[in-house]
Ligand binder design. Structure first.
Ligand SMILES: Nc1ncnc2c1ncn2[C@@H]1O[C@H](COP(=O)(O)OP(=O)(O)OP(=O)(O)O)[C@@H](O)[C@H]1O
Length: 242
């Protein structure tokens, strides 16, 4: 059996009186797109922040390709092969699309010219070649979301953490994004963990889905099974009613 790309086990973290993660475990296998769903406040972003070492869990282990990720200093996480995109874009507005992408590549050692040429290749693969030399500022939101993806890919990740990539996109853009994420997975041979509220996207592209509520895992399995799960439906209804 192959080693999981990501193996999260019994992770706990609390902030004051709030237990944000209450013994969460999940695995992402090589080449897999894993969806992470759950109502607001379930702990999805907190888990991302533990994986990227922004937060240190109180307990539990996080292994990446078999190695202890919690032993890796925060600033080396990207170099280890974990890259993320953000719910609210984190681009440099005045830099060009190409320059923003090259920023992502600089975690790797390499000559600037080579990194730049490679970044242009990534932009072409993401249909961004036309805007490569335009400043990020002023470009449509859907385009900027793809630039974030390009920047993450420039770091050569083995695992891509996508935090609500469909947020703020139109219906057609979400459909295109789903196809793009699958294309990226195949082309760059990576795995992805996708936090997303857009069920169409989750159902359309995930190989397996983990549902969370109150910092715990409440379901884990094929997308259709998780969607039909009564505990998952109750968790969403409970939050809506609260
Ligand atoms: N730095 C922090 N300080 C205090 N509480 C926090 C902190 N980070 C997260 N929390 C709390 O942890 C819980 C989980 O929040 P989190 O943002 O991880 O949920 P989420 O599932 O990502 O929600 P959403 O879908 O709304 O983004 C919430 O109760 C939140 O208020």
């Amino acid at each position: 059996m192959s080693v999981a790309v990501l193996d999260v086990r019994d992770v706990r973290i609390h902030f004051g009186g709030v237990t944000a993660l209450d013994g969460i475990s999940l695995t992402v296998d090589p080449g897999e797109i894993c969806g992470l769903i759950g109502p607001n406040g379930a702990g999805k972003t907190t888990l991302f922040n533990c994986i990227t070492r922004i937060y240190r869990p109180d307990a539990g282990t996080i292994r990446f390709g078999g190695a202890d990720l919690l032993a890796v200093p925060r600033h080396r996480i990207v170099r280890h092969g974990v890259a993320r995109t953000f719910q609210n874009l984190a681009l440099f507005p005045s830099l060009s699309v190409l320059e923003n992408t090259v920023v992502g590549a600089h975690v790797r050692r390499g000559r600037h010219r080579a990194l730049r040429a490679e970044a242009l290749g990534i932009l072409a693969a993401l249909d961004l070649a036309d805007v490569a030399h335009r400043p990020a500022q002023g470009l449509p939101f859907g385009t900027l979301k793809r630039v974030e993806l390009a920047r993450a890919l420039a770091a050569h990740p083995r695992l891509l953490l996508l935090d609500e990539p469909a947020g703020g996109l139109t219906h057609a853009e979400v459909r295109d994004l789903g196809a793009l994420i699958k294309r990226i997975r195949d082309r760059y041979e990576l795995s992805a963990l996708l936090v997303e509220h857009h069920m169409g996207l989750v159902m359309g592209i995930c190989d397996h889905v983990v549902a969370m509520d109150s910092g715990r895992k409440i379901a884990d399995g094929p997308p259709q099974d998780v969607q039909r799960d009564e505990t998952v439906a109750a968790a969403y209804l409970g939050r809506a009613a609260a």
